[in-house]
Design a protein around this ligand. Sequence first.
Ligand SMILES: Nc1nc2c(c(=O)[nH]1)N[C@H]1C(S)=C(S)[C@@H](COP(=O)(O)O)O[C@H]1N2
Ligand SMILES: [Mo]
Length: 171
Amino acid sequence: MKKNIFALTLLLSMFFTTFSTTLWAQKATKEAAVKVEGEVLKTLSLTLSDLAKLPHVEAIMKDRDGQLQHYSGVPVFEILKQAGVTLGKELKGENLTKYMLVRSSDGYEVVFSLAELDPVFTNRVIILADQKDGKPLADRVGPFRLVVPDENRPARSVLEVSNLIIRFAKE
Ligand SMILES: Nc1nc2c(c(=O)[nH]1)N[C@H]1C(S)=C(S)[C@@H](COP(=O)(O)O)O[C@H]1N2
Ligand SMILES: [Mo]
């Protein structure tokens, strides 16, 4: 009887070790991506290699210590265009009540109206950064960070971006 219990315990622990190692390996290999969703024609899931294929520009922001920081990334406008968001000629009437909710993997969230992202309305270019000084972003900053130039507080420059969600504010 004791032998049977021993064998059973051994078997169960072997099973759980294998099971949890498999889960861990799956988690480790799952590639980070930013999801673009909501009021879009096409939902996107962009990995670092997807972003690397898109045209990059530089954006400069002041960090919380007031130091200028240079990042490189893709204009959010270009990403939203790929997802079929109502921009350019379509950004009028009730579409002007749409906004982009930016969500981070730590739960932090901020919003931008679509007009803040569209070159028809503004010359300020907000980017989804994937590089700083030619290198991928550090842990707890990236792999994806929003960089919002010309703002006195860097509170909307979201770290560890996970989702760009387009919504209607109109009731
Ligand atoms: N995901 C996430 N992004 C965030 C925050 C946060 O708590 N979580 N804090 C914001 C605030 S309040 C500031 S001041 C800046 C700090 O950015 P910095 O470390 O580059 O100065 O990050 C912003 N982005
Ligand atoms: Mo802050």
